[in-house]
Design a protein around this ligand. Sequence first.
Ligand SMILES: [Zn+2]
Ligand SMILES: [Zn+2]
Length: 355
Amino acid sequence: MLIMSPALVEIDDLEIQIIIDNELDPLSQPAPDTVHLVGGSMGLIALSTSPSLQPGERGGAVKELRMEDICCSAHGLSIMITATKGGTKRSVLFDTGPEEQTWERNVNRLKADISKIDLIVLSHWHRDHSGGMLKAIDMINKAKQPCSDGKKVVVDVHPCRPDFRGFLLGDKIVSLEADPSFEEITDHGAVLTKHDETHAILDDMFLISGEIPRETSYENGVKFGMRFDQSENEWISDEKIADERFLMCNLKDKGIVLFTGCSHAGVVNASRYARKLLDDDDHRSNMPFHAIVGGYHLATSNDVKNIDATVHDLKALDPAIMLAGHCTGWRAKFCIEREMPGSLVPCAVGMRYKF
Ligand SMILES: [Zn+2]
Ligand SMILES: [Zn+2]
């Protein structure tokens, strides 16, 4: 396959804030020499967001920690990512979680500055990634109003939106809720762009992939996945989830940081393809791997051999940070910690990390 590599500039700094993930853990600190925790832990919440007590009011205590300032987890993923190059900062919202209430509640609890989000990228059409999108568009555009000269948030999606996605449960078909439609996205005031090819965004600080080549023998998509075709009124098998795309950037002195939504294409396939996109002129993959952030989709892997094979091949890429979240599952996280000690960082909701 001939790969056209669009420009991707090297960025100076990278920060993420996890707005939605399956995991909540405001107590655990990240492993040393991985990321810097700059927000979201119980201590940082107490210091930064709770009201101060009056001197002498409660025996010298200075702060009251409010439990309502702690985020709630949900089955899905939404990460705000901010890259800096020189004096320029650009922010992306990578996925929007499963439903609107959680997105709104967590953004409010985090007091996240969503006015700086330039673009929402949807990794793939699955409701646990798209469900909060319309609320996110409303809130981001409202937050932008005072300072953006009427500039609206851009939404970047794959053009092939299924009417519905679902799966087979024994001999029964279970449908997911519909993803937001193209009309709803524009009606809510976003600028809609559709891409099925690799392209750079936001001053070339980020790259969004096209279709991810499926090459490993053990990464086979979503078993029993289905899609509904409204015009034919029929459900058809859709295990590949071919519309899944990843987001990546190139961090100065560190290398590739990959953001993957669900890894239905396989996290090894995605990682290898990310590196391939940055091949040098001699088609050599010299770019170091720094971090793999998001869902690795190993929670439903019935065969432990698949987890072992995945972690074995990820280890060969030598990433410094395994920021495994969403659909990764505890078995795979245990395996990562055992085989790649010191690299695992929980993608826990509310956490703000600098790379
Ligand atoms: Zn998915
Ligand atoms: Zn998912």
